[in-house]
Write a protein that binds this ligand. Structure first.
Ligand SMILES: [Mg+2]
Length: 335
C-alpha cells in the first residue's frame, strides 16, 4: 500500500498561490477599485459612492494556480478567478436601490476600458477579463440597515453575505486541519477534468468548498484525508434524496444544487466515482510511481508529482524479508 502523502503535499504546493502571485492578484483588485471609484466620482457624484470588499476563494486561501493553456499566438493563459464585491450602502432615510440593471450598467461603464477585452455582463456580476487570462468578477451589493442584497439579474435582489461565508469556512478550518488543502486538490481536479472534457460542468469552487467542509475526514496524511473526504462526499450525494449542497450562511439553508439538471447531476456523480475508484486503486498499489501514475492519468494530470519507482518498504519488501527469515530453522539449544 503506497501512501502518497509526500506527492499530495507537493501537489498542493504546486497548485497553491505563492506570495508573489497573491500580491499580483491583490494589485489587480486594487487597480480596479481605483478605476471604479474614479468613474463614480466623475460621472455620478450625487449618487452613493461604491465601497469594496474581498470575497471568495482569495479570502479563504483556496485560490489555485490554474493549468496553463495557450492562446492562438502561443501566449500563456492562466485563468485565475477572483471575486471582488462592489457595495452601495444606503444613507439613512434615503431609498436609492432602484433597478438592478442600473447598477450593472454603471459598474460596467466604469470598467469598460480597463483592459483590452470588453467586460462580460453576467447574471450575478460584471466580469473584467485580462489578456493573461485572469478575470475579476464584480458582484454588486446594496446594503440597507445591515441587510445586504446581491443584484441578481435573473432572481432580482437576493439576500446574501459573502463575508459571512468565508468567515464560516475560515472558522471551520481551524478544527479541520487539512480542509484547505483538500479544497485546493478538489479544485485542481475540477480544472483538469473540465479541461479534458469541455462538455463537463462540475460544481463550482464554492460548491466544492461546502461539500468538502461538510464531509471532511481527518487523517494523519493528506492522501487518506483527501480520499476519505471524497468517499464521504460521494456516499452522501449518491444516497436517495442525498444530492444536495446546502448553503451554510445567508441565504442559509438554500440548496445550491437545486437547479442542476439530471445530466449535470449524473455526470458529477460519475466522475466523482471515477476519482474515488482511482484513489482506491492507488492505495492498493505498492509501487509509488505506479500509484501516482493512476492519479495523474485521469484525475490530476502531470501537475501531480510522479512517485519514486520503489515499493512501499514496510508493507511489501520488508514483510517478505521478515517472512523468509521466520522460516530459518532455529539453532538447537546448547550450541
Ligand atoms: Mg468568480
Amino acid at each position: 500500500m503506497a501512501v502518497l502523502n509526500k506527492e499530495y503535499i507537493n501537489f498542493d504546493k504546486e497548485i497553491k498561490l505563492n506570495n508573489s502571485r497573491k500580491e499580483s492578484l491583490a494589485r489587480s483588485r486594487k487597480d480596479i477599485k481605483k478605476k471604479i471609484r474614479k468613474w463614480f466620482k466623475e460621472n455620478k457624484p450625487d449618487e452613493i459612492q461604491p465601497k469594496f470588499h474581498g470575497q471568495g476563494s482569495y479570502e479563504m486561501n483556496t485560490t489555485i494556480n490554474p493549468i496553463v493553456v495557450y492562446d492562438e499566438d502561443g501566449n500563456p493563459i492562466r485563468k485565475y478567478d477572483l471575486d471582488y464585491g462592489v457595495y452601495f450602502i444606503e444613507k439613512e432615510g434615503e431609498d436609492n436601490k432602484q433597478s438592478i440593471q442600473r447598477w450593472h450598467n454603471w459598474v460596467y461603464a466604469s470598467v469598460e476600458d480597463h483592459t483590452s477585452k470588453k467586460p462580460i455582463q453576467k447574471t450575478t456580476c460584471v466580469r473584467v477579463v485580462f489578456s493573461d487570462g485572469r478575470h475579476i468578477d464584480l458582484p454588486i451589493y446594496y446594503k440597507k440597515e445591515e441587510i445586504i442584497e446581491l443584484a441578481h439579474k435573473a432572481k432580482d435582489w437576493i439576500e446574501s453575505d459573502p463575508k459571512e461565508f468565508y468567515e464560516w469556512f475560515n472558522d471551520e478550518k481551524t478544527q479541520k486541519y487539512r480542509l484547505e488543502a483538500i479544497v485546493r486538490c478538489l479544485k485542481a481536479w475540477k480544472n483538469f477534468r473540465e479541461l479534458n472534457n469541455s462538455n463537463l460542468k462540475l460544481p463550482s469552487g464554492f460548491e466544492l468548498t461546502i461539500l468538502a467542509t461538510e464531509n471532511y475526514y481527518d487523517a494523519d496524511n493528506l492522501d487518506e484525508a483527501f480520499r476519505e473526504t471524497v468517499r464521504k462526499i460521494y456516499d452522501t450525494l449518491s444516497e436517495d434524496w442525498g444530492f444536495k449542497c446546502i448553503r451554510p450562511t445567508t441565504p442559509k439553508g438554500e440548496d445550491v444544487f437545486e437547479g442542476y439538471s439530471e445530466t449535470r447531476r449524473n455526470n458529477f456523480l460519475t466522475v466523482l466515482k471515477s476519482l474515488l475508484d482511482d484513489c482506491d486503486k492507488a492505495k492498493e498499489e505498492y509501487n509509488f510511481k505506479t500509484a501516482s501514475e493512476i492519479l495523474r492519468k485521469n484525475q490530476f494530470g502531470s501537475r501531480f508529482p510522479l512517485g519514486e519507482d520503489k515499493e512501499e518498504e514496510n508493507k511489501s519488501k520488508s514483510l517478505t524479508r521478515s517472512l523468509s527469515t521466520a522460516f530459518i530453522k532455529p539453532k538447537p539449544y546448547g550450541y
